[in-house]
Structure formats: C-alpha cells, structure tokens
Design a protein around this ligand. Sequence first.
Ligand SMILES: Cc1ncc(C[n+]2csc(CCOP(=O)(O)OP(=O)(O)O)c2C)c(N)n1
Length: 516
Amino acid sequence: MSERVVRLAEALLEHEVRAVFGISGSGLSLQLITALEQRGVPFYTASHEAAAAIMAGAAGWRTGTLGCSLSIRGPGLGNALAGILTNHYEQRAALSIAEALGPLTPAGMMHKRLEHAGALAFCSKAYATLGEPRETLAGLATAARAEIPGPVHLDLFAEDAPALRVSASAPAAEGRAGDAVRRLVERAARPVLVVGGLATRRRWGARLARLRVPVFTTFAAKGVIDERLPFAAGVFTGDGKARSPEARVLPEADLVVGLGLRNLEILRPRAFPCPAVVVDLVDGVAEGFAATHVWRTDGDEPFEELLSLLEARCWGESVVTEATAEVRRALLADPWLPGAVYDCLERELPGVGCFVADAGWFCTVAEHVWRATSPTAFLASANGRSMGTGLPMAIGAALADRAQPTVCAMGDGGVRMYVADVKLAVEERLPILFLLLSDGRLGSLAGASGLSRRATTVAGPSWFRVAEAMDCAAQQVKDVDGLVAALRRWRWREGPMFIEAVFDPERYAAMTREIR
Ligand SMILES: Cc1ncc(C[n+]2csc(CCOP(=O)(O)OP(=O)(O)O)c2C)c(N)n1
C-alpha cells in the first residue's frame, strides 16, 4: 500500500472524517478504503456516485463532522458532480476525493479523461492535489467549513505531485451600515425576523427562542427555533400565497430584520411589504430583497447586539398563532392527503430523530405541517429543491445516527432516482421509514392545463413490492387507519420499512393551491 495513502487516511481521521461513501476503483481509492477501514472508518458503497456525495453531505451535517465521498476519475467524478452540486446548494461542508490522471500521464492517454478542476469549478469551494496530506487536508477542511460552507475536492494521483490549491475568495471589508441598522431596529415597533441557515452554525442561534417577536426561518434553517414555540412563524420562502404565514404576518410588520438572510435560500427574493435590513457575514447574497441597509459584519457581536435590542420588543403572538393555525387547518382539512399523514406520524412515531423531505408538493406540505424542534431534526434539498436527493440524504442521516428513526418522505418522481439504495438501508438495518406519497403523477407539474399529460404521468408508480423484493418490510396504505396499523407493526430497531401512501390525484393537486 502506498505510504502517501496511509498518511492521507491518518489525516482524514484527524479532520473528523468518520465514514466514506462512494464507488471504488481498483487503484488508489481501494487502497484508501482499506487504510481507512483498518482505522475504524467504514466505507459504504452507494448505487451511484451522486448518491454517495449526497449521503456524505447529510452524514457530515447530522454529526458536525466532515462528510467524505470517493470515486474514480472521469465518469466516476462526472456522476458524483450531481451530488457535489447538491452539497453546494445545501451549503454542506463535504470533501470529495477522486482518483485522477496526474501531470506526468502522457497527453495521449485519453481513457476516462476529464479535467476535474474545470468540471468542479462552479460547485467546489477549493480544489487540491495531495502534496503533504496533513497540510492539504487542513486547508481543505477549513475552506469547507468557512462561511458559506460547501464542498471541497481532492484529486489523487499515482505520482507524487506538489499540492495545488484554489482557495475560497477572501472576505470583503466590514460594511458601514451598522449605525443605520441599529437606529431602524431601535425605532421599530413591530419587527419581524427572517433567519437564514447561518443561524444553525452560530452561537447566537439559541437566543432566537427567547424573542417575543415573530421569527421566520428560511427552509434551510427550519428548526433553528423549536417550531412549536408561540413566536415561531414557520418557513419563509418568498413565494407564499394567501394562506401561508408569510403572507399573513409580514403585512403587519414595520421592519424586517434578516439575519443571514440570503437569496441562495429563497425561492423568489423580492421586496418586503415594509422596510428591511439584512446582516450577514458574507457579501453579495442579499440582492433581490430591496433592503434599506445591508450590514456586512466580521463576527457574532452585531447579531447579538441586535438580538438584545429585539429582546425589548413584544408583539405579534396572536398574529403568528392565527397564521400558523390557519395553514395547518388548510393542510389537515382533507382526511387523506400528506398533511394527515404527517399529523398521524407526529402522534404514532413521536421519537423521530430526523425528518427528510424530497422535492415535490408533499415537501411544501411538510414545510408547514411538520414541526421541527432543532435544525438537525429536519433535512431537505431546501435550496436546490433537487428531486431524488431525499433518499440518499436519509441514508446518510440514519448512518450517522441510528438511535432514533429517520423518516424519508418522497414522491413518485423522486423515489425512482436512487431507489436501489434501499438495499443499503436493508443491509445496514437502518431505522428509516421510506414514505412514498403517491398521487401517480409529478404532482407539482401536473396542475397546468393544456400541457403534456404524458410528461407528468408516472407509469407504474407503485414501488412497495419492489421494496419487498429488496427484503425491506413494505406495505401500501390508503387511509389513516391503514397507516396507523403499518406504523405499529414497524420494529424500527430491526431495519427499514417502506410505506406507500396512495392519494387521489385531483385532491392532491389542489392541496397547496393557496399556500404556494
Ligand atoms: C433534479 C430535478 N429534476 C426535476 C425537477 C423539477 N420538478 C420539481 S417538482 C417535480 C415533480 C415531483 O413529483 P413527485 O416526486 O411525484 O412529487 P409531487 O410533486 O407529486 O408531490 C419535478 C420533476 C427538480 N426539482 N429536480
């Protein structure tokens, strides 16, 4: 085994890599897997390199460690790119490692050639070759975790080439908007907070729960305050319709205070119905909110200072209570749609450790109905809204924490992409409830009249017998009683279960109409 690979394995361990996901080649990647296994770091083979990168991002995020995925060069990394892009959108600190052709490889060697650095340029924060493993890994891990967190990449050559690093861009200078922001916050009688994913990573996040003004989070920050609290106004997307909490609460406010509010986390950034200020650690991500002032800061103090000012305010409890009750009423009115399923889950499976939602209408319902109690208790392709990512995210989250059940809600579209990895969940006896919410269509797209039906109809939408054939306990349910019975049969400590809930497509298509 190459001595450099051994040193890389040791450096990975030092930088909190606790599991590796991927598909091996016969060369350095297999050596690395072996060296890591000898040091107690397990390797999980995924069905596809994209799924592996997504699992790595989710596992790292769930444990606060550095997610790690592995592939061969060219087509291996090419496949991984979709998962690396997901980690970029979702701002997950994760390292991808690929075997690569080094500078000494003859130019005519075209087999599986891909210019990795170029292919990764958009979505990877830093790119490096091995050089001195400890030093290189330290640089990559720091870049992955620095605000805005995201994926970084390491290429492994057979030859010993010096390290090459493209580092993240330097932070801009501190802005001068502080005084103006302070004055506006001091004068506001009815301020509303909109808090971004940044809060999940900062020490001031915990203080939000003490406020007595309405607090929205972006979808990426769902759970940063316990959503059962009286001032938790729910998820702000920028795209909420009449019955969404954002449409009801924001018109009552006289100032929006965005803490780490970034257009990267919003479906449709646009002007608020009142003046707005944004405070952030990074520049260039508040465009679209028409904020009166954007205050770029260097540390936590300005956030803490504004939170102290806001602690003196109290308004909006009844507006928030009515708005959140109204959206629940709308989504729970039908006795058998995803809202009723989540409500039933909350009662029947009270110890859910992590709720994972794939992209689709059922996810919009989960956004409002599923009440997250902490940011690590909810996981989704919150920013990218990338269909299919839910299943590998759930596997990564469950591998990182097997002590409580993980729920993976997905639709007819998303289930198909990485369904083969149900086998990995079975092999590892993971406590995952795969919950297929099936309307037989790509529901989010099927509402438009006069457009192709063929493109939005799913042929043969049922999967529970396929899951059963993969040795996963599975059942189809058509009402709440059936769901309750299936849930009561699930012994989650013994392995996954696949429940397919079948809905009427017309009622399904209408359920989010006034919400988004
Ligand atoms: C990777 C990717 N491809 C395509 C889309 C576009 N898209 C958004 S929602 C959706 C349909 C989702 O259908 P389904 O999983 O059945 O959930 P439903 O909308 O029926 O709740 C599609 C194709 C996407 N978001 N991501």
